[in-house]
Design a protein around this ligand. Structure first.
Ligand code: NAD
Ligand code: DAU
Length: 353
């Protein structure tokens, strides 16, 4: 069996659903259920006997020890994190606590557990840390894409906290021999993404006839990967990745933010006609320290693990918009309460540019 952390969030829940759909191996999901974690994300499998859900913190060493002892996992996949850049600018403390301190406590307990294993379990054990391309910093428009050898240069509290956690993973492998794997992925999109992130926020606002707040001039570039492709890549790294290595994961889909928002408006105009969605686009004050461009060189994972993204941006975005249109009750369930306070805090101070 495997232990997954953060499996009630966006990518983690897609991974859990995919894992249980594909095979028979059981899974324990440790999730703190922050504002971003939602048990409803796993409603489809809540009665599946192969899934054990435990609400708790990766920094709770007694709990982590008990879970490792009771379930004897062959691998740990660490999704748990604070994940939103704007929130990290608003309040970096939680990012340091979970992404750095939490990862440290988790690593230490996993190391003790792994050191107590006998062969062959000890040699086969894996700790996969799910990280981000943001650790590499920002690219110029013509720069070559991020490779695994690109120097770390994080620019936001979020990316600095993820970079710190990546360094811990590296050191625990180098010093203690813990069989770690690190994945650095680009921007994900797809079902169940919390509507604080660009794509679901724009869909949510557009359907309510609200302004679509584009930071700065909308020319910042991200490489978009459909979440199922990311989960598939994680499966490949877990199965065939070399301990101590890092693997970049991308979607071969570099887009400016304005291109993304235009594509969303056009899809909504087709699927939910009656509103001039493009007229809702509003340019607002930029994100402080806003990284200009991220791009992924996916040659290593293609060469070593034979992995490539399957979904095109056009087909993935269509599936995503269709999912949100069909799951408005999910959106309503996650946009009450705390969400509104966040939206007020983040956007009220952003003057229209
Ligand atoms: P998310 O914010 O949607 O979900 C995070 C999950 O972690 C939530 O379920 C939350 O309850 C849980 N969590 C938070 N703190 C915890 C703690 N201390 N202990 C246990 N659980 C805790 O995030 P996401 O977008 O699904 O991202 C998952 C991982 O993938 C993160 O590590 C993130 O850095 C990384 N990542 C995200 C993207 C992206 O585009 N979203 C891209 C690359 C990498
Ligand atoms: O690159 C991987 C990273 O992608 C992950 O590690 C992060 O967890 C994930 O949140 C994401 O970070 P970004 O900052 O790129 O994602 P976000 O959806 O917040 O923003 C995407 C782009 O859209 C970015 O250039 C900022 C812009 N933006 C965002 C919001 C929320 C806007 O223009 N308006 C907005 O309202």
């Amino acid at each position: 069996m495997i232990l997954v952390t953060g499996g009630a969030g966006f990518i983690g829940s897609n991974f859990v659903l995919d894992w249980l759909a594909r095979g028979s191996e059981p899974l324990v999901n440790l999730d703190k259920l922050t504002y971003a974690g939602n048990p409803g994300n796993l409603a489809a499998v809540e009665n599946d006997p192969r899934l054990v859900f435990v609400q708790g913190d990766i920094a709770d060493r007694a709990l982590v020890t008990q879970l490792l002892r009771d379930h004897q996992p062959r691998a740990v996949v660490n999704f748990a994190a604070e994940s939103h850049v704007d929130r990290s600018i608003d309040g970096p403390g939680a990012f340091i606590q979970t992404n750095v301190v939490g990862t440290f406590h988790l690593l230490e307990e996993v190391r003790r557990y792994w050191q107590g294993l006998a062969e062959p379990e000890r040699g086969r054990f894996r700790f996969l840390h799910v990280s981000t391309d943001e650790v590499y910093g920002s690219l110029g428009r013509e720069d070559p894409a991020f490779a695994e050898t690109t120097a770390y240069a994080p620019n936001s509290p979020y990316s600095a906290s993820k970079a710190a956690s990546d360094h811990l993973i590296r050191a625990w492998h180098h010093t203690y021999g813990l069989p770690t794997l690190t994945s650095n992925c680009s921007n994900n999109y797809g079902p169940r993404q919390f509507p604080e992130k660009l794509i679901p926020l724009m869909i949510h606002n557009a359907l309510q006839g609200k302004a679509l707040p584009v930071y700065g001039d909308g020319a910042n570039v991200r490489d978009w990967v459909y979440v199922e492709d990311h989960c598939d890549a994680i499966g490949a790294i877990l199965a065939r990745g070399r301990p101590g290595e890092t693997y970049n994961i991308g979607g071969n889909a570099e887009k400016t933010n304005l291109q993304v928002v235009h594509a969303l408006c056009d899809l909504l105009a087709e699927l939910r006609p009656g509103t001039d969605y493009r007229a809702l686009i509003t340019f607002v004050t930029d994100r402080p320290g806003h990284d200009l461009r991220y791009a992924i060189d996916g040659a290593k994972i293609a060469r070593e693990l034979g992995w490539q993204p399957r979904e095109s941006f056009a087909s993935g975005l269509r599936k995503t918009v269709q999912w949100y249109l069909a799951n408005q009750s999910w959106v309503n369930s996650v946009t009450s309460g705390e969400y509104q306070q966040w939206v007020d805090r983040n956007y009220a101070t952003r003057a229209v540019a």
